[in-house]
Design a protein around this ligand. Structure first.
Ligand SMILES: [Zn+2]
Length: 447
């Protein structure tokens, strides 16, 4: 109890104290009409375009243009920014009037790693959005949160940093990767002991935990936790899984749609609709050829972020497929709503010794590709043919060699925990997207 009070004091009064004012404003603003939200969003979009005039890459498109009257029309004249453009353009995308606070890396589901620069404003905004959206479910700062989330941490320094951060924020982290019954049983014991107030994590991992709880008739214990909410993220939450999770834990199960490079894009309200973070970004929906689609038509999502001033992402194709909706939500929040159409569908990797992994484990390989310039692989996609056989499609870089393949093989086998796999490489100029327009980096052909 004392620890929880101390933690709340620390988070509210010291750590990112400036977040409190912004959260209050968002809570007040959400009651305003959709028209009002649109007006504010256009103001932010104009500001973003003004800042973009100082970015070398955008200067040639925006030089001398007065952006305030028709920001949407001006935006639509700008090129779509692909993930590979962000990597290739490098310094051309940097606004040197702002200070770089750090460099983030992410891979998402497209199999292309991304390195992005961020400033202090972006860090603060992520904190504001996280706290604001969780407050819809009475989750306060310092509440005990169970994170079923994260990559395997390497090194004592990283582990220590993560432990201290968890302690200060009131989190417990559970490894989401290894979903065998033995491992889930071990996790369950720890979860009961920790007694979380809410859960945050990968859809597949939360679903696997819920199915295990159900199979072992432990629903009563799960209900007793009285969770305020379960927040699923990073992967598609299938309706059937959502139903099981809800039934097992007896609490709201909601989706958070976000990405490291643009923070939370949309969040599900108690009415079941994903409200767009219009205070932080502007969304468009385009077809395969980049043509703008009307509302209520599914397409590729483009994000224009208002918050990262040091490296603006404008009309950035995030790699998800969704629909911007014209309907308003019955909950009364004025921010527009959207739907995801199979975004980040992740299938499971299965191994001969019965282990099952979420394909997000391939993130680790993606990050290794990013960090090591000599790796020689630009993009990849893994197809599981049998329990022992994997096919890896790769788009080679100029320094691609047999060493690139052996490095990839080693990393892959290390992640899967099986050294006796048959791995075949197929070099390609381009990896074709799946029929729904997505470039998934894993698919399984095992039924
Ligand atoms: Zn709503």
């Amino acid at each position: 109890m004392f620890l929880s009070k101390l933690r709340s004091l620390f988070l509210n009064e010291i750590y990112r104290k400036s977040a409190n004012g912004s959260i209050k404003r968002l809570l007040k603003d959400q009651k305003h009409s959709p028209d009002e939200h649109r007006k504010w969003q256009m103001e932010s979009l104009s500001e973003t375009l003004v800042q973009a005039q100082k970015v070398p890459y955008y200067y040639k498109y925006l030089e001398g243009i007065e952006v305030y009257s028709y920001p949407e029309q001006i935006l639509r004249e700008l090129p779509i920014l692909e993930k590979r453009n962000v990597l290739e353009l490098g310094d051309q995308l940097i606004n040197h009037e702002f200070k770089v606070r750090g460099i983030g890396t992410t891979s998402g589901s497209t199999g292309i790693g991304l390195k992005f620069f961020y400033d202090d404003y972006m860090l603060n905004n992520s904190e504001v959005l996280t706290r604001y959206y969780r407050s819809w479910y009475n989750v306060g700062v310092g509440d005990r949160g169970l994170k079923i989330w994260g990559r395997p941490l390497r090194g004592i320094k990283n582990k220590l940093h993560s432990n201290i951060s968890n302690l200060l924020r009131g989190f417990k982290t559970i490894d989401p990767w290894n979903l065998t019954p033995e491992n889930i049983a071990k996790n369950w014991k720890e979860i009961i002991e920790f007694n979380p107030e809410y859960v945050y994590g990968y859809a597949t991992s939360i679903a696997a935990l819920s199915k295990w709880v159900k199979a072992n008739s432990l629903q009563e214990k799960a209900h007793k936790m009285s969770l305020k909410v379960i927040i699923s993220t990073a992967e598609t939450l299938f309706a059937s899984d959502k139903k099981v999770i809800k039934e097992v834990f007896g609490c709201p199960v909601v989706e958070e749609y976000g990405a490291a490079e643009v923070s939370i894009i949309a969040f599900e309200c108690p009415e079941g609709n994903l409200h767009i973070s219009t205070s932080s970004l502007y969304l468009e929906c385009v077809d395969d050829n980049g043509n703008l689609l009307p509302l209520d038509t599914p397409g590729h999502i483009l994000v224009t972020s208002f918050v990262n001033k040091v490296q603006p992402l404008i009309r950035y194709r995030i790699g998800d497929y969704g629909t911007l909706l014209s309907a308003h939500c019955a909950c009364g929040r004025g921010m527009p709503i959207m739907k995801l159409n199979g975004a980040k569908i992740i299938e499971m990797i299965k191994t001969e010794n019965g282990r099952i992994f979420s394909a997000e484990i391939l993130d680790y390989i993606n990050l290794a590709l990013l960090k090591d310039k000599n790796f020689g692989i630009k993009q990849f996609r893994v197809t599981q043919k049998t329990l022992k056989k994997f096919e890896i499609e790769v788009v080679p870089a100029s320094n691609y060699s047999s060493e690139s393949k052996s490095k990839f093989t080693n990393l892959f086998m290390e992640q899967i925990g099986d050294n006796n796999l048959s791995i075949i490489y197929i070099e390609k100029d381009k990896i074709q997207p799946m029929p729904n327009g997505k470039l998934l980096y894993f698919k399984s052909e095992i039924v």
